[in-house]
Design a protein around this ligand. Sequence first.
Ligand code: CA
Length: 224
Amino acid sequence: MRLLLIEDSKRLASLIRDGLQDQGFAVDWCETLNEVKLLRQLVQYDLLLLDLGLPDGDGLSLVRSMRRREDTTPILIITAHGELDDRVVGLDAGADDYLCKPFQLPELVSRCRALLRRPGASLSTVLSAGNVLFDSSTRALLVSGNLVDATAREINLLEHLLRRTGQVVPRPVLENSLYSMENAVTPNALEASVSRLRKRLKMAAANVQIRTVHGVGYVLFEPK
Ligand code: CA
């Protein structure tokens, strides 16, 4: 899942970004509304984390203009203003959720996950194929009921494949979601991640298969 963090406090931004990256999110960061415009022309984000007081304007103006254009990208407002008025204004403007600074990172992570699940059935909490089961809210991966340890990136990759079991997931979709601009994708990075995930699943005696569709992407198959 690829997130855009819009926050002009460098200290806070790097804390948030590191925390979310540890949880497997790909996070791009910018400080101004102007940069948001540029980045959103290049990248389709799954979620925006938006500070309201920015150097070149009010974050709420971004929320309003996106919703006017019927852009439904989830928006979580993170701001120092904690008064009830701000909350109402933010949600009225079309934001999906609101978190007041200071906040605990686990709280932010769980709010992000809740928003990413919201759009509908394809984002259901528990995904499964064969003897593999993945809970997208707790990020637990189970094979035949046994908990399997995997890196956040491997889990993220598996989640994408499980959401489209039996269908080819194009490489750019996976790359876009797994890597932020900062961790630019090297040509073999995706292959390396897939290969680690395959090994991990094999070790756990998973009965699903991840096949490479050359030049296109990857597809996860259930056992027949
Ligand atoms: Ca600010």
